[in-house]
Design a protein around this ligand. Structure first.
Ligand code: MG
Length: 377
């Protein structure tokens, strides 16, 4: 029986992780659940899974906690995240909160010697050097939940210690793959929110449309697999069946295939090195018939070029890339800026804030703050 703490339990990843816990009550005991503000949903989860601790980071008046849920310790704010990551008993901590807050939680969990199941991109993007060092120190590898990185991780499990020469990071291409540059420039939030294959939150869906998500994933792969950016190739694969692949020196390519369903990577991170029944069917290859692959168009999607520039620049450049993008996406969703303006704001922030250090959490949070301020005004 493994004890698991879930940070961000009411989001898309968190609810699917709980679905796996529900299928395997003999294997997982949920010890902590946290959410930002979805209190009704969290109440339901606490009622069902009966964790020792529950947290609402946005805060809650103790009088609002239902009588029957008072068996568990309720916490709020940053303290709730810290307790769930590092204090409550747990073998595994699933970090599926969104944003740079994830970095602190991942560091807390690793600092407490726990295995981290990583569904938060920002921790690696902004503090990849810090978290990979910590994970190495405690001898518990970070288990990626992002579907592409899970695929790469799965392929490497059968490599018998051979290092990959190259990573092929697949991308759906998003809803604007076939659009002209001018049309993409003026795309609306409603258009950006129509993802062809995956059902995700608004921010990440916009990031998929702009390919900023793939830029962030190049950064994740760089740290998770200790691979320089020039050996991480983005391959547009609209069917989202091949979730990524690795190339070995003998020319062999290993890929992981499956339906686009996050329960597979979540389940694998939860049960690694075993595999569990997840309720996900195998892809019907005969119905699919063919799989297609294209080179990404970096003129239409400048995010990929900017991500590589940020990785080469080092320091806090990836933090600036991430913070600036997040603010620009928020402004786009409020219909204050055009879709094409997102990348321009990010590039501008990277130019204005070049050379910032990222040697510790404080410096990283400071770079993040400065990038956001710059984009906001
Ligand atoms: Mg992904």
């Amino acid at each position: 029986m493994k004890k698991i703490a879930i940070l961000g339990s009411t989001g898309s990843i968190g609810t699917q992780a709980l679905d796996i816990c529900r299928r395997h009550p003999d294997r997982y005991r949920v010890t902590a659940l946290t959410a930002r503000g979805s209190r009704e949903k969290l109440f339901e989860q606490v009622r069902e899974f009966r964790p020792e601790m529950a947290g609402l980071t946005e805060g809650i008046d103790p009088a609002e906690i239902p009588e029957d849920l008072k068996f568990c310790r309720w916490m709020t704010g940053q303290e709730a995240l810290h307790a769930a990551a590092a204090e409550v008993e747990a073998d595994k901590v699933l970090v599926s909160i969104v944003g740079i807050a994830g970095l602190r939680s991942v560091m807390d969990a690793l600092g407490a010697g726990r295995q981290v199941l990583l569904a938060n991109k920002e921790a690696l993007v902004t503090g990849g050097h810090l978290v990979t060092d910590l994970a190495k120190k405690i001898g518990k590898p970070l288990l990626p939940v992002d579907s592409e990185h899970s695929a790469i991780f799965q392929c490497l499990q059968s490599a018998g210690g051979n290092r990959a020469e190259k990573i092929l990071l697949t991308a759906s291409g998003g809803p604007f793959r076939k659009w002209e540059k001018e049309r993409i420039e003026k795309a609306t939030p409603a258009e950006a929110l129509k993802h062809p294959n995956w059902n995700m939150g608004a921010k990440i869906t916009v990031d998929s449309a702009s390919m900023f998500n793939k830029g962030l994933e190049i950064m994740e792969a760089r740290w998770l697999f200790d691979m320089p950016e020039d050996r991480i190739e983005v391959v547009v694969h609209p069917e989202s069946i091949v979730h990524s692949a690795v190339v070995f020196r003998d020319g062999a390519v290993l890929a992981q295939l499956g339906l686009p369903d996050m329960r597979v990577p979540i389940g694998y991170a939860m049960s690694y090195p075993e595999r569990l029944e997840t309720g996900v069917a195998e892809p019907d290859l005969f119905a699919l018939g063919s799989l297609t692959f294209e080179k990404p168009d970096e003129k239409k999607f400048p995010a990929l070029r900017l991500a590589r520039e940020a990785l080469r620049a080092g320091g806090a450049a990836c933090t600036v890339f991430n913070g600036a993008n997040e603010e620009a996406v928020a402004a786009f969703l409020r219909e204050e800026i055009a879709f094409g303006e997102i990348a321009r704001r990010v590039e501008n922030a990277m130019e204005k804030l070049s050379g910032l250090p990222a040697d510790n959490l404080e410096e990283i949070l400071d770079a993040d703050r400065r990038a956001r301020e710059l984009v906001r005004c």
